[in-house]
Design a protein around this ligand. Sequence first.
Ligand code: ITT
Length: 198
Amino acid sequence: MIELIFATNNDNKVREIRQALPEGFSIVSLREAGIFKEIPEPHPSLEANATEKSMVIYELSGKNCFSEDSGLEAEALDGAPGVRSARFADEEPEYTSNTDKLLALLRDKGNRKARFKTVISLIIDGKETLFEGLCSGTIAPAPLGTNGFGYDPVFIPEGSNKTFGQMTLEEKQEFSHRKKAVKKLVVYLTGLAGSKQV
Ligand code: ITT
């Protein structure tokens, strides 16, 4: 069994990654590990924030772990909200949510292309490896569906006519940026386990 701490406070991410992992892998969230810590995300890139989260938890716990940082990049907004996806509407009282702000900024734009990006930072015995997953699609004119989290109700992945918010978790996994990054993580860890390095 490969056991890892998943350095996140986002229960939706835990649910999605648990569902995406094959047998033989077990993850423990920060809450389950008894670690109650808000990890800062001060950096201008998903990669640097992911590294910060996993390093902080590795140093604190001394255990192999991984984190992920993700964001939604809208083409017409030069990649915003991007690394600021979780805090996009913060401190701007005219927007009640991140999706409100995104829809307002895209209202007059013809180009509604966007992509989700996930970066996973894995730390095994102090050594970091990064994995990336992308999912291209478009931003819907208005929110549809209540499943998932974050921007799911406004994101339609390429190859579907439904938003992530209208999909079951199983359906979302067929397209998901997070699932693609997890698949790479699994291949890598399976290789390490084969050579008895984890
Ligand atoms: P941790 O840092 O504790 O892992 P977080 O919620 O702060 O959790 P991020 O900093 O990675 O996570 O922020 C990612 C934000 O991007 C998240 O809050 C959502 O708003 C959005 N997001 C990421 N993946 C998404 C997905 O699959 N569906 C919808 N929105 C997503």
